[in-house]
Design a protein around this ligand. Structure first.
Ligand SMILES: CC(C)=CCC/C(C)=C/CC/C(C)=C/COP(=O)(O)OP(=O)(O)O
Length: 316
């Protein structure tokens, strides 16, 4: 069962500084997720920033310019650090602020830290240059790099006591992570291709004549690129619909955080659906004012009430 911890332990000056570092990383680098994280009360916001900063570090190793062997070794160093966090071996005066903040967050909230091992496993798949034959194969990767983040975040949020169906919350959080990751893969298709990576399943690419890959602002000749994008958008929408069942299980501000994160990505998906080739021309993004609007909407509980109504009418 997932507990909500009401009063986290008091925060010492070194831990406060460590959280401050993680919040700066989050504010500067989480161009989309920071809007949701900001809506949380202090202790949860700090814990989410610690999770973000650790995940960012893992991701940056994967995306960096080093060669594969060095990346793998660095990822294993990060795993060793995680083992120290889990064993309670990271002291408050450790020189690594991300480790200090994560260790504190893991004491304050029941965060299933094994999810960070999964994230490292997923980034190692990237480093090995794995490609995916089918959606089931890609799903395994997405569970590691995004489903796990959903389940870790749920450890911070907790579920509302007595919420009906609360035991399914980890499954919904995982599915929401998949929805976000598939959207991210569609958005970054050109950038990933430039970096030599293809995430979309080979059998989908073949079905729409896109096996030649995406190396320019135009779709591969003779392909049905828009058909491919619309097919993946439908898949992502179904994942969003399932993952949104998480919202009524959360307290108001955690629900607002998730609604903001998911809402911003859903709007990215809308834009991609309207103009599929935009993802080949550059990075599709939302203006800051639109992200702020989605965050305010999340806080007003509109999305949560909408999902509850649909569930009540058995339309979800
Ligand atoms: C329950 C819950 C909270 C579920 C959501 C889980 C979650 C936040 C998954 C993240 C997956 C994802 C698309 C990461 C990309 O980060 P990025 O830094 O590359 O994103 P950006 O490029 O859009 O800034």
């Amino acid at each position: 069962m997932i507990r909500t911890v009401e009063s986290p332990p008091p925060v010492s000056a070194p831990v406060l500084a460590a959280y401050g570092y993680c919040e700066t990383v989050t504010g500067q680098q989480a161009r989309n997720f920071a809007y949701g994280i900001r809506l949380l009360p202090t202790a949860k916001r700090r814990a989410m920033s610690a999770l973000y900063a650790f995940s960012r570090r893992v991701d940056d190793i994967g995306d960096g310019a080093l060669d594969g062997e060095i990346k793998s070794a660095r990822l294993e160093d990060t795993r060793a650090l995680l083992t120290r966090v889990r064993a309670g071996e990271v002291e408050e005066d450790d020189t690594d602020p991300v480790a200090v903040a994560l260790a504190h967050a893991a004491k304050a909230f029941p965060i299933p830290l094994g999810g960070l091992d999964e994230l490292i496993d997923g980034v190692l798949m990237d480093v090995r240059g794995e490609t995916y034959e089918t959606w089931d194969d890609l799903k395994t990767y997405c569970r590691c790099v995004a489903g796990a983040i959903g389940r870790l975040s749920l450890g911070v949020f907790g579920t509302e006591p007595g919420a009906r169906g609360g035991d399914r919350a980890p499954e919904y959080a995982d599915t929401l992570g998949l929805a976000l990751q598939l959207t991210n893969i569609l958005r970054d298709v050109r950038e990933d291709a430039a970096g030599g990576r293809t995430y979309l399943p080979a059998d989908d690419l073949a079905k729409f004549g896109c096996s030649a890959g995406f190396d320019g602002p135009q779709p591969p000749e003779g392909s049905d690129f828009a058909g491919l994008v619309h097919f993946e958008v439908r898949r992502a929408r179904a994942l969003f619909a399932e993952g949104y069942r998480l919202l009524p299980l959360l307290d108001r501000r955690s629900g607002a955080c998730v609604a903001a994160m998911a809402g911003i990505y859903r709007r990215l998906l809308d834009r991609i659906e309207r103009d599929p080739e935009a993802v080949l021309r550059g990075r599709v993004s939302l203006p800051g004012r639109e992200k702020a609007y989605v965050a305010v909407r999340g806080l007003s509980g509109l999305d949560t009430r909408h999902v509850s109504r649909l569930a009540g009418r058995r339309q979800l």
